[in-house]
Ligand binder design. Structure first.
Ligand code: F0G
Length: 455
């Protein structure tokens, strides 16, 4: 059959409250035109993030009941640890309450003033946690990643030449090399197995560990299966094991490719680093067999990890985003191509060329999507990345708007509604205006900044 259906049935539903354009204008004003300040029940389709928004399966909810809340040595921890190790065979698996907690622990140990952490592209919380220690975060993604309409099968790849040169010049300042799979900030683009292996080789030649930010590891593995030579007939779970086999550690947000609503982990092979991380964990998260999570959360993650490598699911998952992407291209809306694993990224800078980067075309588009159709999306551009540590501002590489698809939550008709809202946005395009920031914090400003529309 041609139609790729949602490979699940719906057993529990949540109502969506339908708001009007006038109501949403008023809600935007109250929220300072920051969509993070909008109440979720005032949103019709919430594409703010795919993080923590998954629908859990019947098996996951059943496992929640099995959760054992013992402070130390909970069987839920051992089921969680075993599920992680089945896919990512690291010696030490340290649960955290979410991904950024794993990052904070890792960089509190290996970061610090003068240190440099290269990656393909650091996600904002990773960058924030690195910079908070006084270290610098360096993005070395391949040049194709900066050209939204250049189709490259692995636009998340790290530039191996630049990585090698950075290590040759300043190895003594680099505690580890990172790779984000998929590369969220660069459009949810995958990293090839060949690139992961080559990056590991280079890092290891300089005696440096490779850490993978594995948030969307299953989507990355699916792209490897579909696009990389020689991988097409291999089970996704085997590809996942290969991705992590050459790494020395990982950070993870279980809120993405573990179908959980909360959770994460830090894993590594190095005993000394693990001991330091566990000490830090006890200070900030909890005892090492729960690490800031309830036993029931550990159970949900363990089952989620089994479900996420299901290939019927992954085929449907990636196809949903391709479907939306194709329709938007049909409307003349420029998007990052090819479409990413968890989201469609709209190139707002090209869509709204009359709005300069420092008037935030991405934010302007996100605001219009909400006002016109009650769709909540996320700016990934100058608002998110434009504030330098010294407080000055610069245009980000790209001004994108991310339409992130929660896992197993929305259906085909929601996707069609989204496309219709874009039709209306296209009609109103020339009248859309930029914004200015009236208040912002010194870091991670996109979460709490307040805006005012420019007239
Ligand atoms: N790394 C990547 C690549 C991420 O996308 C995220 C979160 C994190 C780390 C941090 O994980 O949220 O569990 O602390 N990304 C979410 C998003 C917030 O919307 O893309 P966390």
């Amino acid at each position: 059959m041609k139609t790729i259906i949602e490979p699940f049935r719906i057993k529990v539903v949540e109502p969506i409250r339908l708001t009007t354009v006038d109501e949403r204008r008023e809600l935007l004003r109250k929220a300072g035109w920051n969509l993070f300040a909008i109440h979720a029940d005032d949103v019709i389709i919430d594409l703010l993030t795919d993080s923590g928004t998954s629908a859990m399966s019947a098996e996951q909810w059943a496992a929640v009941m099995r959760g054992d809340e013992s402070y130390a040595g909970s069987p839920s921890f051992y089921r969680f640890e075993s599920a992680v190790r089945t896919l990512m065979p690291f010696r030490h698996v340290i649960p955290t309450h979410q991904g950024r907690a794993a990052e904070a622990i890792l960089f509190s140990i290996v970061g610090g003033p003068g240190r440099v952490i290269p990656s393909n592209t650091h996600f904002d919380t990773t960058r924030g946690n690195i910079e908070a220690t006084g270290a610098s975060a360096v993005d070395l993604v391949i040049p194709e990643a900066h050209a939204p309409d250049v189709r490259h099968p692995f636009k998340g790849n790290i530039d191996l030449g630049r990585l090698e040169r950075l290590l040759a010049d300043s190895a003594d300042r680099i505690p580890l090399v990172m790779l984000t799979v998929t590369n969220n900030a660069g459009g949810g683009q995958p990293v090839s197995l060949a690139n992961i292996r080559a990056a590991a080789d280079i890092a290891h030649r300089y005696g440096k560990p490779l850490f993978i930010d594995g948030c969307r590891f299953a989507e990355n593995a699916w792209f490897i299966k579909c696009r990389e030579e020689g991988q097409g007939s291999r089970p996704v779970a085997d590809i996942v094991r290969d991705m992590f086999a050459v790494a020395d550690g990982m950070t993870m947000s279980a809120k993405k490719d573990a179908f959980a609503n909360i959770g994460g982990w830090l894993a590594m092979n190095d005993d000394g680093l693990a001991a330091a991380a566990r000490n830090r964990l006890i200070l900030t998260e909890g005892f090492p067999t729960y690490g800031g999570l309830a036993g029931r959360d550990l159970e949900a993650i363990a089952v989620g990890l089994e479900e996420i490598v299901d290939e019927q699911y992954l085929r449907y998952r990636v196809r949903t985003n391709e479907y939306v992407g194709e329709k938007l291209l049909g409307l003349g809306v420029p998007i990052v191509q090819p479409v990413g694993g968890h989201a469609v990224f709209v190139d707002a800078r090209r869509f709204l060329p009359h709005i300069p980067p420092l008037q935030y075309p991405g934010q302007a588009l996100a605001v219009a999507l909400y006002e016109i159709g009650g769709i909540r999306a996320c700016e990934i551009g100058t608002v998110m990345f434009g504030l330098r540590p010294d407080g000055t501002e610069e245009a980000a590489d790209m001004d994108l708007v991310r339409l992130a698809m929660p896992r197993r939550v929305y259906t085909q008709s929601h996707a069609d509604y989204l496309v219709e809202v874009f039709e209306e946005v296209v009609r109103q395009r020339d009248g859309l205006r930029g914004l200015r920031i009236v208040a912002q914090p010194p870091q991670l400003r996109h979460f709490t900044a307040r805006f005012a529309p420019l007239s």
